[in-house]
Design a protein around this ligand. Structure first.
Ligand code: EPU
Length: 415
């Protein structure tokens, strides 16, 4: 059963700030990035109540502070959504420069460009971003690169601006559509989300709503690849098959069988996997957040595959770890050449970021012998009970806590 989408939830939770009434958000994944977002809301004065499994009632009408402190914000990239939401509601925001996975240079120039276009001024000092606007006025925004975060932030800031904002070269990911649907269900007027031109007619106030976060496309894709890597037969429930199209097509090319149903997908593999070339691009292309997982699968395929990273500067840092497990991968800049070896060996390895960690779990499941993965806090940022879900499918995986004096890191997963 796939949980709610991380990258939708981490935008929708700050977006609640824009509403003058309480909101109920369902299908919220139980991951550390979400827990951080909820804590930030509480720190600022919002009332946050867990009213059922994965369901929160949030009353942000009592927010008094417009500041997200460094100690919390630095733990998570998505803390930058508090900039757009606070600016949209209070015309001011003070948020620490964001943290997140180390994937190379992660500038926020396009976010700032969008806020400026709407009339805000910003200063950067002491690691904090300060935004201020006498009033926000709808305007054209053209992004120089396709960016998920800046598109979401522009939507958040423009929802209550005066007049019409037109975002061009917008990102089209499913979580952008989900954020727009959420805001529209509160009374916003956002058109075109999911295309590269989004039009937002500002409204004065937003009401409360009850909204269900979409299923996590990347969690679903990760389980699809885990099934393919282990000659599995897995029915993955609570998915939107349309969101998985690029992953499904690529897996079929690699020799994996996929059956699609209304809200589930069945993945079977006999282990006969063939090489493929993969290039990550913004949606609807193959997602960068699936790159480490598919590269891991291709180490098990026959033949030489080429994987090209088209979004991030540095998303091959996990390759050294896979090599420790017997993978034959050569990286040259943004291109990895993978000689399929057909098998992997268990080894002690370290997760260097969220999706790298997921890839190592897949590698560990497919490998002969025991794999120990260190620094699993990265994985827990974005996967809701991954080891529990895998164990339910028959995987031999356990989360163990290692005493502090024996290792520098406190938790491991053993696969
Ligand atoms: N970029 C700029 N300037 C900006 C913003 C982005 O040049 O102001 C560049 C980036 O350097 C990058 C490209 O634009 O080369 C795309 O970055 P984007 O803004 O789309 O990424 P993001 O919003 O920071 C989100 C996800 C990432 C995911 C990317 C791409 C969240 C919280 N994070 O990041 O998710 O890789 O979109 O789809 O939504 C993950 O979940 O593992 C993860 C890293």
């Amino acid at each position: 059963m796939i949980s709610g989408a991380k990258n939708a939830a981490v935008a929708i939770l700050p977006a609640v700030i824009l509403s003058d009434e309480p909101c109920i958000i369902e299908n919220v994944p139980n991951i550390s990035d979400v827990r951080i977002s909820l804590r930030i809301l509480e720190e600022m004065g919002a009332r946050v109540e867990c009213i059922a499994k994965d369901t929160y009632r949030i009353d942000a009408s009592c927010i008094k502070k417009c500041c997200v402190p460094y100690e919390i914000a630095r733990k998570m990239r998505a803390s930058y959504y508090f900039l757009g939401a606070l600016l949209g509601k209070f015309r001011k925001a003070r948020v620490s420069m964001p943290g997140g996975c180390p994937l190379g240079d992660r500038p926020i120039d396009q976010h700032l460009k969008a806020f400026s276009a709407l009339g805000a001024e910003y200063t950067l000092s002491q690691g904090m971003i300060d935004l201020r606007a006498d009033k926000l006025v709808g305007n054209p925004i053209f992004f120089d690169v396709v960016t998920v975060g800046a598109t979401m932030n522009a939507i958040l800031a423009a929802t209550k601006a005066e007049g019409m904002t037109v975002i061009e070269n917008a990102a089209k990911e499913p979580h952008i559509v989900d954020l727009a649907n959420f805001l529209n269900s509160m009374g916003a007027n956002i058109m075109g989300a999911g295309t590269d031109v989004i039009k937002i007619r500002g409204v004065d106030r937003l009401r409360g709503t009850t909204y269900t976060v979409i299923p996590d496309q990347i969690e679903a894709g990760t389980f699809m690849i885990a099934a393919a890597a282990t000659k599995g037969d897995v029915l993955i429930k609570n998915v939107i098959p349309k969101h998985l199209e690029s992953i499904t097509k690529k897996l079929e090319k690699i020799g994996v069988n996929i059956e699609q149903f209304d809200d589930s997908i069945r993945v079977t593999s006999d282990g006969n996997l063939v090489k493929a070339n993969v290039k990550t691009t913004p949606h609807p292309g193959f997602p960068t957040d699936m790159q480490p997982q598919i590269a891991t699968l291709l180490t098990l395929a026959n033949g030489t595959s080429i994987v090209t990273e088209g979004v991030w500067e540095q998303r091959f840092r996990y390759v050294d770890e896979l090599r420790r497990m017997g993978a034959d991968i050569t990286v040259n800049g943004k291109v990895a050449l993978i000689e399929g070896t057909g098998s992997l060996m268990g080894a002690p390895v370290k997760a260097c970021d969220l999706r790298a960690g997921a890839a190592l779990i897949i590698a560990g499941l497919a490998a002969n012998g025991i794999t120990e993965i260190e620094d699993i806090y990265h994985i827990e940022r974005g996967y809701d009970c991954m080891e529990g879900k895998l164990r339910a499918l028959g995987a031999d995986i356990e989360k163990v806590t290692v005493p502090d004096d024996s290792m520098s890191d406190s938790e491991k997963k053993v696969v």
